[in-house]
Design a protein around this ligand. Structure first.
Ligand SMILES: [Zn+2]
Length: 600
């Protein structure tokens, strides 16, 4: 397939040539890095920096958000087509490879589970096979199926600090298979930490269940088999609407209606899940626009290129298997940085004291996996040589000429530089450097960052995030404002200090406590690794550090993020808990007092 991309690459080159308005001379490769220009009457090229080209933006958007790219899921042929496309564009602009001789930095991510070899999963109610689907959290039974009677536990939510749906069940679940109803009661007091399916399975496991079935009366696929695998130590399968009735009937449900909590089956059920995680090969793409070499530091400009394919656990259209085109998220960002690179390359290298590195990140939707890998793989000196990182994620839906820029608190120079560079835009500033996109990976490494964002909308993470809803002029305006900012940095060479923004997690998100830990979603190990702690938070006060691996929290063993979230749901503000971390070879015991989340 990939090879076939070659003809496509030529097609792209032709297309780009076609898009450019005729008057403009064909883009000459950026001028060689000339020695620092002697004071001359040369007009200052930054006085009126080139603007982004709408045609270039549209061409990339069109390609990236087309159904042909199938929603750009990592590790697929579509992903490789996108990588080819971005690499070809960088070559055409005249960027140099960012990874030694290569434009690509390969990485492997895990996404869902599959059966091992030619083994099969099995779900038998008595002798009746029950249709089921895999979920990415559950134990590998190898070739030892688990057998037991069913016990219905409702939604299976353990309240915070109470037994919730398990109240009054006593030992009824010990050695049994828990039947958990998918969906969640509409109770604003319940935090996502306790309602997520993984936490419910853990709650059943903690009460003696030997396996769990997640049963959904509405969806055929109760939970998408996507995301990193986590072993919750008991086998788990999902049963969709076609066979949900059979399971509920087995525990005494009538007419497809669920029975009372605690109802048991007479028949026993056999579950076999000989599973293994699916590893996918993907890659970050990077190109360098060399400058005059006058400044040792470099600017990073980035955007993630992946999206949700036909729908993953983070789709907001659960159960809908359809192409999530991700026109705004984040074809718009990739198209903007490529148009930005093209415009910057028109400025003679002699006038660009800094190199500018353009990165298209992989697997952002899976937990910033590409950018985290990129930053962690960098030698420390290379990280320290990054002056700043500008991230473009969802810049295609500008409204009211207002762009949201987060990270404005990560350097004291940002407010004035943003004011000087905003052009006709209004900037809605948010100071936090930690956010739900790739700038976080750089901020954690001590680099001041900005994230340009045109704002939330109803098509976010839905199949309806399509090209026709993109505000191309708006994206260009955001790109031009960022180009203004780059031009000021290039001319004035400001020292961009790094500020650790003090911030507690807000009440929003429904969590009952705040710990101030920043889990490393990319780490594949036993426990939860911290990529940082928030300044002024309980974790910092308790002495936790970046790099620590939490293995015990409030007396509970922590093997993965799901264990961590389930325990998080049980904590109370101002009630001290014990924490055990692995720090290098050492096992360190600490005391931490969770705080209530800050009210906003
Ligand atoms: Zn995104």
């Amino acid at each position: 397939m990939r090879r076939s991309a070659r003809p496509r690459t030529w097609a792209l080159l032709l297309l780009l040539a076609a898009c450019r308005p005729p008057s403009e001379a064909p883009a000459s490769p950026p001028a060689e890095a000339a020695p620092p220009a002697a004071a001359s009457a040369e007009p200052d090229p930054w006085a009126s920096p080139p603007r982004l080209t709408r045609g270039t933006f549209d061409a990339h958007l069109q390609f990236l958000a087309d159904d042909a790219q199938e929603g750009r899921p990592p590790g697929t042929d579509a992903d490789r087509r996108v990588q080819d496309h971005v690499e070809a564009a960088m070559i055409e602009i005249g960027l140099n490879p960012a990874f030694g001789e290569a434009y690509r930095q390969p990485l492997t991510v895990t996404d869902g589970v599959r059966t091992r070899g030619d083994a099969k999963t099995e779900l038998l109610l008595g002798k009746t096979p029950i249709a089921h689907t895999l979920v990415p959290f559950g134990h590998d039974t190898g070739d030892a199926p688990v057998r037991g009677e069913l016990v219905y536990v409702g939604h299976g939510i353990a309240g915070e600090g109470s037994d919730g749906d398990y109240a009054g069940l006593g030992d009824a679940l010990r050695g049994k298979i828990a039947v958990i109803l998918a969906g969640a009661p509409n109770d604003p007091h319940l935090s996502p930490a306790s309602t997520r399916p993984q936490s419910r399975v853990i709650a059943a496991r903690d009460r003696g269940a030997i396996a769990a079935l997640i049963v959904d009366l509405e969806l055929e696929k109760p939970y998408p088999n996507h995301g990193a695998h986590s072993d919750l130590q008991i086998p788990v399968l999902a049963v969709g609407k076609s066979d949900a009735g059979k399971i509920l009937a087995a525990v005494g449900g009538k007419g497809g209606k669920p029975p009372k909590i605690g109802a048991r089956s007479r028949k026993s059920v056999e579950i076999a899940t000989p599973i293994e995680p699916i590893s996918l090969a993907t890659a970050n793409i990077g190109g360098v626009l060399r400058g005059s070499g006058a400044e040792p530091k470099r600017l990073v400009i980035g955007a993630h290129m992946d999206h949700l394919g036909h729908g993953t656990a983070s789709s907001l259209a659960p159960g809908v298997s359809a192409i999530h085109n991700g026109a705004d998220d984040n074809a718009s960002g990739v198209a903007t940085i490529l148009a930005l690179a093209e415009a910057l390359a028109k400025i003679p290298a002699s006038a660009r004291p800094y190199d500018v590195v353009f990165f298209a990140f992989a697997a952002e939707e899976m937990g910033l996996l590409g950018s985290k890998h990129l930053v962690e793989a960098m030698p420390q000196a290379e990280r320290e040589a990054i002056l700043t990182m500008l991230n473009f994620d969802m810049v295609g839906r500008l409204r009211d000429n207002t762009v949201i820029v987060s990270g404005t608190g990560t350097s004291s120079r940002w407010p004035e530089l943003l004011e000087q560079s905003r052009g006709g835009l209004t900037v809605k500033a948010s100071d936090d450097g930690y956010g739900a996109s790739d700038q976080t990976s750089f901020y954690e490494a001590g680099i001041p960052v900005l994230h340009y964002f045109s704002g939330p909308h109803d098509d976010y993470h839905r199949p309806s995030d399509d090209i026709e809803r993109i505000n191309g002029e708006g994206a260009i305006a955001i790109g031009d404002a960022a180009l203004n900012l780059v031009s000021i940095v290039m001319r004035e060479r400001p020292a961009l200090d790094y500020i650790k923004v003090e911030r507690k997690t807000s009440q929003r998100g429904g969590f009952r406590v705040s710990l101030g830990t920043i889990p490393d979603y990319a780490a594949q190990l036993d426990g939860v690794k911290l990529s940082g702690v928030r300044p002024g938070g309980p974790a910092e006060a308790a002495g936790l550090k970046a790099g620590d691996v939490i293995v015990v929290l409030a007396g509970r063993e922590i093997h993965n993020l799901d264990d961590y979230m389930a325990t998080f749901a049980m904590l109370k503000p101002d009630v001290e808990i014990d924490v055990v971390v692995l720090r290098g070879e050492e096992r360190v015991s600490l005391k931490m007092t969770p705080s209530a989340p800050a009210r906003r």
